[in-house]
Design a protein around this ligand. Structure first.
Ligand code: ADP
Ligand code: MG
Length: 335
């Protein structure tokens, strides 16, 4: 199958700063693909190069089988939604959505019909005549989405589109984005620094660090098998086990990452003994930190807050076990 987006040897430097380092990437048609990484890891630069707003220092961009590296943005079959929406403040909602069609020379009646349809798709029907300042943040973001999809791009590029919204609204918009992507059936490339968001929405996730993709896989692969310390701690939370500690817990003698929900505590039985140092109540669960006897190591366990559950306390003695399949061996760090 022909890739929707194919990057080969893509490199971008700004003076001494390497923003993107020799990147190869294939994104498939219809895929919800996320680029996840901390601030400054090169995500926006990659997106801007795909859109054509930025020229790579070297390397190529192909979209749906065509090399577009030297083509201007408006000829590329993609559209971008930015975090700050970039709406025209003096234009009504419908005029904002129609804008690109007007530039493209689409006739008045057809323009209106397509803009209405796009507004319907983002649940904004009825707000056609409002100005951007008369809308909530979430509604403004929907206008930006409508404005992007009305041009019927083959891929939509979204740069932290939910970053300005509060948590509740963000969670609601996440569901709607996913539904929109399914109904349009086009490729979404979604940039975020929020690991929850990337795991929730994506078919595949590329984890970025310093201009490189350090891991690429499904959310489950990235979460269950983080390749190195950076990924293990950036995506979700985990306890990093030194080789001796891993061995004491019956695992291979190598650096390991283990997710707190895969650590089992018991009052007795097999395992490594330890003392509870902290119990943190988060509502849905208890986060329990255990100091392991004689190992100079602590490990975090998660226990669901189910009513009948034994209530653990600081100072309690427990036995700690980890299923071998639940621990991810980490690659040795580059020196
Ligand atoms: P992210 O979106 O992951 O936060 P960016 O792609 O914006 O990362 O930035 C990657 C690196 O490139 C950063 O070090 C940033 O400072 C630098 N950078 C990005 N754009 C420019 C620019 N126009 N001029 C100079 N440096 C830039
Ligand atoms: Mg960015």
């Amino acid at each position: 199958m022909e890739s929707a987006i194919r990057l080969r040897g893509l490199h971008k430097s700004f003076g001494d700063t390497i923003a993107v380092a020799d990147l190869d990437l294939d994104i498939e048609p219809g895929e919800f693909f996320s680029m996840l990484g901390p601030s400054g890891s090169g995500k926006t630069t990659v997106l801007r190069i795909i859109a054509g707003f930025e020229q790579p220092t070297r390397g190529t961009v192909s979209l749906f089988g065509t090399d577009v590296t030297s083509l201007p943005p408006f000829t590329r079959p993609v559209n971008t939604v930015f975090q700050d929406y970039a709406l025209f403040p003096h234009l009504s909602v419908i005029a904002n959505v129609e804008y690109g069609l007007r530039v493209a020379g689409v006739g008045r009646k057809e323009r209106r019909a397509q803009a209405e349809e796009a507004l319907g798709a983002v649940r904004l029907a009825g707000l056609e005549d409002r100005r951007p300042h008369e809308l909530s943040g979430g509604q403004r973001q929907r206008v930006a989405l409508a404005r992007a999809i009305v041009l019927r791009p083959q891929a939509l590029l979204l740069d932290e589109p939910l970053g300005a919204l509060d948590l509740k609204l963000r969670e609601q918009m996440q569901v709607e984005l996913k539904e929109l992507q399914r109904s349009l059936g086009i490729t979404f490339v979604f940039v975020t620094h929020d690991q929850d968001e990337a795991l929730t929405l994506s078919d595949r996730v590329a984890v970025f660090d310093a201009g490189e993709v350090v891991q690429l896989g499904t959310p489950r692969e990235v979460y269950d098998h983080p390749r190195n310390r950076f990924i293990a701690s950036f995506v979700g939370s985990s306890t990093l086990l030194e080789p001796d500690v891993a061995a004491a817990l019956g695992l291979a003698r190598t650096p390991m990452a283990v997710r707190p929900e895969r650590v089992t505590l018991a009052e007795s039985g097999p395992g490594v003994p330890g003392t509870i140092a902290e119990v943190i109540y988060t509502g849905p669960e208890h986060r329990i930190v255990v100091d392991l006897d004689g190992l100079d190591a602590r490990i975090t366990a998660l226990e669901p807050n189910i009513g009948a559950h034994h209530r653990r306390e600081r100072g309690d003695r427990v036995m700690v076990t980890i299923e071998p399949a639940a621990a991810a061996p980490l690659e040795p760090e580059a020196a």
